[in-house]
Write a protein that binds this ligand. Structure first.
Ligand code: SF4
Length: 77
């Protein structure tokens, strides 16, 4: 259905420690709630923001921010 699958993005709520770094690097898609935990505006990363999303995922100290090819995450990645 989608013309451009792009990347999928998700946050592991167990691993996330609310550093907020991801929201600084990808403010277009990640906002922080009142406790500093990320809220994703979309679980799909548009092509124009893939570089920023990769940077945010790499910078996450706990590897809680994960990207996956396509919209649906692979349970056995
Ligand atoms: S950078 Fe990682 S640990 Fe910090 S708020 Fe974002 S997802 Fe959570």
């Amino acid at each position: 259905m989608s013309e451009d699958a792009g990347l999928g993005m998700e946050v592991d709520p167990i691993m996330c420690r609310a550093h907020g770094l991801c929201a600084e690097l990808l403010p277009e898609l990640i906002l922080l709630d009142e406790w500093g935990y990320p809220q994703l505006a979309s679980q799909e990363v548009p092509t124009s923001l893939q570089a920023e999303a990769q940077a945010a995922a790499t910078a996450c100290p706990t590897l809680a921010l994960r990207l996956s090819a396509g919209k649906e995450a692979n349970p056995r990645s």
